[in-house]
Write a protein that binds this ligand. Structure first.
Ligand SMILES: Nc1ncnc2c1ncn2[C@@H]1O[C@H](COP(=O)(O)OP(=O)(O)OP(=O)(O)O)[C@@H](O)[C@H]1O
Length: 375
């Protein structure tokens, strides 16, 4: 039985244990004071918990610097998080020794944003795809050659045309296909895709996303899929996690979250992208998110989003909200989520200055946006 067949058989037994279980993950980086910048600790990931199930894609979105990549690297223990739990296929990675970690990393592969940068420019495609097999002592030269051809076919590259080429003789999309062939060579269970299609043209993006989907079906893969592009994340994800300043603001089913965001931050993120209302068909004029995220060296007390939140109350400064399930499978970390109507919010005390005054909506696109994707 291959690793893929074993995993599929496990799923048919009906067991619904997560493939990956992350609990209370914390990752921090010390920073030296320099050039007027205060020293201290970057709170890159603070108390983040989530699960990923077999065959599932969990999308992760958030503004730049919100901790998406650090979260992904914490999962694969590069570097090991400061604290928390990462259980992968039942192995506690935080306590795993080198051998266990090597085996787990075989089962968890990364695909990075820069397809050229992730490939050794001097190697031929066949050598690049063979490398993980050699590294893990798989097969002999002739069986590996067959496997490399199989993998190239799988990612849509004709071995007779591409096996002998070097990365500079390939397009960005072809390089990313090679990177994906390397990633799936050892039959992993989880692919961590960190902005894996962001640098590609829109058409090539769609092709690589289709490839990810095909591999998910054929290899029973799970994905942790990180991207800036909310529309793309919705398209590929079963569930979506929204990060703000190192924390999870909201996590839930992709469809439900885009239809009914519960966190004011998610709502603001969605408002900032051009789209068409699925019900009325009306074009939505994107509204820029007000303000800048605060420094992760000195995050606000209580709810980290409160300094930009139009619904912030005193409680938001005093108490950090916990993730609470408010709809089936849909959790939000907010004292006053959007399913609580405005009229039911406590009155703001006079002179409260928790949040900046509401910023008038500033369209960031022309008044007549071009046809947009439907969210
Ligand atoms: N090695 C490091 N040393 C110091 N600070 C770091 C390090 N890696 C990340 N950071 C900081 O941690 C925070 C989170 O960074 P991270 O790259 O995880 O965010 P991100 O959401 O992936 O951003 P982007 O979308 O721009 O890739 C940022 O403030 C970043 O500057």
């Amino acid at each position: 039985m291959t690793a893929v067949e074993e995993r599929t058989a496990g799923d048919r037994s009906g067991a619904r244990t997560p493939l990956l279980r992350a609990r209370n993950l914390v990752q921090e980086f010390p920073v030296q004071a320099a050039g007027g910048v205060k020293g201290g600790v970057v709170h890159a990931v603070s108390d983040v918990s989530f699960d990923i199930y077999r065959g599932e894609t969990l999308g992760v979105v958030g503004e730049t610097g919100s901790g998406k990549s650090t979260l992904a690297r914490s999962v694969i223990q590069l570097p090991r998080p400061k604290s928390g739990v990462v259980e992968f296929q039942g192995t506690d990675l935080m306590k795993a020794g080198r051998k266990e970690l090597k085996e787990s990393r075989r089962q968890m592969q990364m695909v990075y944003q820069d397809p050229f940068g992730s490939l050794n420019p001097r190697w031929r495609v066949s050598e690049l795809v063979e490398e993980p097999l050699v590294g893990h002592g798989q097969g002999n030269a002739s069986s590996r050659k067959r496997r490399v051809e199989e993998l190239l076919d799988l990612v849509g590259l004709d071995p007779s045309q591409y096996a002998k080429r070097r990365p500079f003789e390939l397009s960005g999309g072809q390089c990313q296909r090679v990177a994906i062939a390397r990633a799936v060579a050892l039959e992993p269970a989880l692919i961590v895709a960190d902005e894996a299609v962001s640098s590609l043209d829109v058409l090539i993006q769609a092709q690589v996303l289709n490839l990810f989907e095909k591999l998910r079906r054929e290899l029973n893969l799970s994905y942790l899929f990180i991207a800036h592009d909310l529309a793309m994340v919705k398209q590929v994800s079963d569930r979506v996690a929204v990060m703000y300043l190192g924390q999870l603001a909201e996590i839930g089913p992709a469809e439900g979250m885009y239809r009914q965001p519960l966190h004011p931050y998610t709502s603001a993120l969605l408002d900032s992208i051009p789209r068409v209302d699925p019900v009325t068909g009306a074009a939505h004029r994107p509204v820029a998110l007000p303000g800048e995220p605060p420094s992760p060296i000195d995050p606000p007390s209580g709810c980290r989003f409160r300094t930009r939140c139009p619904r912030a109350q005193l409680k938001c400064a005093e108490e950090a909200p916990q993730l609470v399930e408010r709809l089936p499978g849909h959790q939000v970390a907010c004292h006053f989520p959007l399913d609580v109507v405005e009229a039911d919010l406590p009155p703001k005390p006079a002179g409260a200055t928790l949040a900046p005054p509401p910023v008038p909506a500033q369209p960031t696109a022309p008044a007549q946006p071009a046809p947009q994707q439907t969210l």
